[in-house]
Design a protein around this ligand. Structure first.
Ligand SMILES: Cc1cc2nc3c(=O)[nH]c(=O)nc-3n(C[C@H](O)[C@H](O)[C@H](O)COP(=O)(O)O)c2cc1C
Length: 245
């Protein structure tokens, strides 16, 4: 385990998703700093293919929460921002632009994810907390109608932010030697490291839930990957003008 540190490294290494918030609002200044940090993220070919929609209307927030599997924190967080990949803006200024390439979906998704993570790290560095919400993709047609997203724009994830009302332990990550490979992909990952990690995750959940949840990492990914992954997504992406070539 490295001992090299800095204030940025300390914030990133202490990350844990926060799902309970106080009612305290963010200041305009905090919001501006978070957005400026998000926008400072690198951008592929400087396309800046992202738009953020801040859901400030209480009524709209309720509707968005319903579309996100009614996850309570989508409603209760001081801030809820929807991060979208956006090529609509480019088409406004350059109508002859060639869009719809699968590669551009990756560009939009990568640019937007980098922005989102910068936003969360900035929030955490200010003593705030947050959690990403992939459930904005549960009903993408309905959400896009609600947020009036034009063709060329897709919602990728939401971000709840606010003052934490809980203080969970950081979740243990895969051991570094299962994630970082030297020069080539290994023929097989080390079984013993995997089993040790499974036990670490089981212990994490046991402790965090007071013994109610007992789940290894391989058990968890087995459950998740046994389900279809939003099989309607390709049709939605193509309707929005993505991934048609
Ligand atoms: C793109 C993305 C989407 C996510 N969607 C949800 C979500 O809809 N609801 C939720 O409670 N957590 C969501 N999470 C949070 C993950 O569950 C969480 O990051 C993961 O379990 C690791 O825990 P940690 O963030 O506390 O380290 C999402 C995370 C990411 C990166």
């Amino acid at each position: 385990m490295s001992t090299a540190t800095s204030s940025a490294i300390s914030v990133m290494r202490h990350h844990r998703s926060i799902r309970k918030f106080t009612e305290q609002a963010l200041t305009d200044d905090q919001r501006s700093a978070i957005l400026a940090s998000a926008q400072a993220a690198p951008s592929s070919s400087f396309l800046q293919a992202s738009t953020v929609i801040r859901i400030s209307s209480a009524e709209l927030r309720e509707q968005v929460m319903a579309l996100c599997g009614n996850q309570a924190y989508v409603g209760s967080a001081a801030e809820f921002w929807v991060f979208c990949a956006d090529f609509h803006r480019h088409l406004q200024w350059v109508p002859e632009a060639k869009t719809g390439f699968a590669e551009q979906l990756l560009i939009g998704a990568i640019d937007t994810a980098l922005m989102g993570q910068n936003a969360l790290t900035a929030a955490e560095s200010l003593g705030l907390g947050g959690v990403f919400i992939g459930a904005v993709r549960n009903q993408p047609h309905a959400l896009s109608d609600l947020l009036q997203l034009p063709k060329g724009v897709i919602p990728l994830f939401g971000l709840c932010m606010g003052h934490p009302a809980q203080d969970p332990e950081p979740k243990p990550r895969l051991p570094a030697n299962l994630v970082l490979c030297e020069n080539h992909y290994p023929a097989k990952f080390d079984e013993a490291h995997m089993q040790a990690y499974d036990e670490q995750v089981r212990h994490y959940y046991r402790t965090r839930t007071g013994g109610k949840k007992e789940m290894s990492w391989t058990g968890q990914i087995g459950d998740t990957l046994a389900k279809e992954a939003r099989p309607f997504m390709l049709e939605f992406l193509q309707q929005q003008g993505f991934c048609i070539r």
